[in-house]
Design a protein around this ligand. Structure first.
Ligand code: UTP
Length: 408
């Protein structure tokens, strides 16, 4: 791309300031900036100031879950089926570790966070240890795909190498990068990170499968006959990955996707809940539930919208391939965005100063023909580390780890 083409592309979206320093740049820097302009999708900034609306919700109705009582009754059968699938190499895991973890307030990848008290216990270490439980039970290694971003890829890979992959077989670990999106101020002007680089942020966790395809990961999936992918968040340190019963339930029922869910702690708990939207599986956010829906009961007298998602989904690969070209809603999120000010100083804001643009994995559920919500015990499987203190924090996760007999 040359200067004129770049200028015209920027002008269409009111972003000509990106070229403000062009004359001062070296040839390499010029080339770098032109390439970034070429590769960037600027249409996302139209979301600022209501230029486009987020996804409109359809008609919401309840979706029943496979509850713990049923899972317990069918435990042996589900487990045997699940282990069969895992032993045949048909299931793999996808760790979503491309996020910035800004709420935790550390620049390092979230998985490298040491949650230990008397000894180092890293988040990645906990996740690998949990995956090893299934590896040991099945008697074979499981492919693990790790999504990183431009911002944390090198640091993540070095960390795994330094720690010898926490004992995991390196031949089964595959890193791939997600894409980035520009980050803008409250007026929709893209921030500059330096004179020759626009500020960018990872584009959300919704593009993980597309990014796997882009980075050649689907070759590994196809070559190894992988039919199911268990995608999960980096920050739940009690995350159970490819639990055999879960795999068995999704496989046995012929579902396109399974979603681990936990029973809500209160009708108004701030968690996205599984539901049907215009007859398709979907997730409704707590603020989208009306008072009436929040307290609505099913035939057994339980809350009709009672099961919250914990970002642990088991997708069938063939269904993921079918929806690959479908567009996903874009969400606008307020964040702290480091940038270069007009005097050329690098600023790291203490409070949010603009927007980033994201697609979300939960929006993939609606694109699937069916989904089985699979209930798990909250205190055994859900300890998210989002903040330093308070709700979903290092402190609350430590308490839950100890409750589950993990030494810290
Ligand atoms: P969060 O929604 O908690 O976002 O991610 P985050 O960026 O990690 O943290 P904050 O909001 O800045 O504090 C949920 C999961 O999705 C992954 C995260 O790594 C985490 O596992 N994620 C999020 C990505 O892989 N890519 C993204 O662009 C965003």
């Amino acid at each position: 791309m040359n200067y004129d083409l770049a200028f015209n592309k920027l002008k269409e979206f009111g972003q000509e300031h990106v070229l403000a320093y062009f004359d001062q740049l070296s040839e390499t820097e010029k080339a770098e900036l032109l390439q970034q302009i070429d590769e960037t999708d600027f249409s996302v900034v139209r979301l600022v100031n209501g230029g486009a609306s987020e996804d409109e919700k359809g008609k919401i109705s309840p979706l029943g879950a496979m509850q713990i009582s049923e899972i317990e009754e069918r435990k042996q059968e589900l487990k045997t089926k699940g282990l069969e699938v895992i032993r045949a190499g048909k299931a793999a895991a996808v760790l979503l570790a491309g996020g910035m973890g800004t709420r935790l307030g550390s620049d390092a990848p979230k998985g490298t966070y040491n949650i230990g008290e008397t000894k180092p216990v890293y988040i990645f270490e906990r996740l690998i240890s949990n995956l090893m439980d299934v590896v040991n039970e099945a008697g074979n290694y499981i492919h693990l795909f790790v999504m990183t971003s431009d911002k944390n890829n090198d640091a993540t890979i070095s960390f795994f190498k330094e720690h010898n992959y926490f004992g995991y077989d390196v031949n089964f670990v595959h890193f791939f990068k997600q894409e980035m999106a520009p980050a803008a101020d409250y007026n929709g002007k893209i921030y500059m990170e330096s004179k020759y680089k626009m500020a960018t942020s990872p584009n959300g966790n919704g593009g993980w499968f597309g990014s796997m395809a882009k980075y050649g990961m689907l070759d590994i999936v196809k070559e190894n006959g992988i039919e199911y992918l268990n995608v999960f968040a980096v920050d739940n340190v009690l995350q159970r990955i490819l639990s055999p019963e879960f795999v068995g339930a999704v496989f046995e029922g012929g579902y396109a996707v399974g979603s681990k869910v936990v029973r809500k702690a209160a009708p108004d708990e701030k968690v996205g809940v599984m539901c049907l939207e215009d007859g398709r599986p979907s997730i409704v956010e707590y603020y989208e539930l009306t008072e009436e829906m929040m307290t609505e009961k099913d035939a057994n007298g339980d809350l009709a919208y009672n099961f919250g998602v914990i970002l642990n989904y088991l997708f069938r690969v063939k269904d993921l391939i079918e929806i690959m070209e479908k567009s996903m809603p874009l969400h606008i999120v307020e964040k702290k965005i480091p940038y270069m000010d007009v005097e050329g100083n690098n600023i790291s804001p203490e409070t949010p100063n603009g927007y980033k643009f994201e697609t979300l994995v939960l929006d993939m559920i609606k694109l699937m023909d069916n989904c089985i919500p699979f209930e798990v015990e909250r205190n055994k499987e859900f300890a998210p580390v989002k903040n330093k203190t308070g709700v979903d924090s290092v402190e609350s996760a430590r308490a839950l780890l100890k409750e589950n007999g993990i030494e810290l």
